[in-house]
Design a protein around this ligand. Structure first.
Ligand SMILES: [Zn+2]
Length: 226
């Protein structure tokens, strides 16, 4: 997988602007070359492992995570990798579990994106139930949630951090899909500004500017005094 071009980063940002978090996660995997149906079939844990791998290929293995201490209010950052979090391998699909005689399978990335398209949380929950446990209407919510958590223990990821100022420990829920998305969205206005600066000085087209290798684009920006 090659790295995305500047134009592709902008297009990904535009395509995902109207999507929810689960839709954006699928969009990223598709933009990384994974067929849509394969991405939709991943459990959430597998999806996140695939996103860690894709993000490492695009932006490097190190993740800079920022946190505000809930105790003293200090902002601090720390660096970690997918390997530090035990998320650097593809992860395996768990076979369905049986709850009250009904087969229950893990939630998938596709389920979540479909649920996100429902009008309200109740409708989304009903849709997800029908998909993961067909015929399982009698299963209580708590039992179903427990079964789903056991089927996909990687679906949630908590990072233990410690404030360097006051020593307060914090458990950070880390969402690689949201983190990766935010990184892309931060790059888009910077790229568009570069287009604006170079187009004003050199009268080049947007496409030509964005297809320049990043180092050459920086050189021309410096030369243009931008
Ligand atoms: Zn603190």
């Amino acid at each position: 997988m090659r790295r995305w071009t500047a134009l592709e980063l902008i297009e990904i940002g535009e395509s995902g602007a109207s999507l929810g978090p689960a839709g954006r996660a699928l969009l990223l995997l598709e933009a990384g070359g994974m067929p849509r149906d394969a991405a939709e079939a991943l459990s959430l844990g597998q999806r996140d492992r695939a996103l860690f791998a894709l993000r490492a290929r695009q932006f490097g293995a190190r993740l800079e995570v920022g946190q505000r201490c809930p105790e003293c209010g200090a902002d601090y950052e720390f660096t970690l990798t997918a390997a530090d979090l035990g998320r650097d391998t593809p992860g395996e699909a768990a076979p369905p579990a049986t709850v009250e005689g009904v087969a229950v399978r893990a939630l998938t990335a596709g389920d979540l994106a479909l649920g996100e398209g429902q009008g309200d949380a109740e409708a989304a929950r009903a849709l997800l139930r029908r998909r993961v446990a067909p015929g399982g209407d009698a299963i209580g919510d708590a039992a179903l949630d427990a079964a789903l958590a056991a089927l996909d223990p990687d679906a949630e990821l908590a990072i233990a951090a410690r404030c360097p100022e006051c020593g307060q420990a914090a458990d950070i829920v880390f969402d690689i899909a949201a983190f990766f998305w935010d990184e892309i969205i931060l790059r888009v206005p910077r790229l568009l500004q570069q287009v604006a600066d170079l187009a004003r000085v050199n009268h080049w087209s947007e496409r030509d500017i964005l297809s320049l290798p990043p180092a050459r684009r920086r050189f021309y920006l410096t030369a243009a005094g931008a």
